[in-house]
Design a protein around this ligand. Sequence first.
Ligand code: SAM
Length: 170
Amino acid sequence: MVEFIWAGYIKRQIPFVASDNKLRTAVINEIKKNYPEYKTMCEIGSGYGGMARAVARGCGMRVTALENMPFTYFVARVLDFVSGARGVKTLRVDAFKWLGEYDGVFDIGLAYLGAGINDRLIDYMHRFRVLFVLDVPMSNMVPVRVVDIGGGFTRYGDKKYPHKLFIYTK
Ligand SMILES: C[S@@+](CC[C@H](N)C(=O)[O-])C[C@H]1O[C@@H](n2cnc3c(N)ncnc32)[C@H](O)[C@@H]1O
């Protein structure tokens, strides 16, 4: 609740929405089908870490999960611990600041953020071989592929975004 109110006051922050099983399965299937040799992922805005743990478990990837909300980060760390998650490193950082200082390249970047905030990812494309964006497309890049996940949507503000996976490369 406190975070929800806080989020309302932070300009680029979005209300918290955790990914559902459908989104997690779609991401795992996409990796297995088209990027089976990829081994590292960076999740930009990882929330409680459900997606990060699912990808680490489902694809055997090493996932760096970036989350800036203190309480959400705390819960994610507890869940990482109690679920015995392997391959997930959760950091409490501003993802964009962190990526600006990072000097490596992840095989996959993954973002499930909101309209506007996703557009900021254009400045960090060199940090990913491929970028997955869920539901809300970037308005400043053209995806190389769009996977229709089918059924369900994410609501941001008064707009509904049907479940889709947008795939971008630089
Ligand atoms: C829609 S939730 C997605 C949660 C998670 N990816 C999932 O699939 O369950 C977006 C998350 O991004 C976080 N977030 C937004 N902007 C961020 C930033 N600049 N740095 C780190 N985390 C951020 C929010 O706090 C929120 O937990």
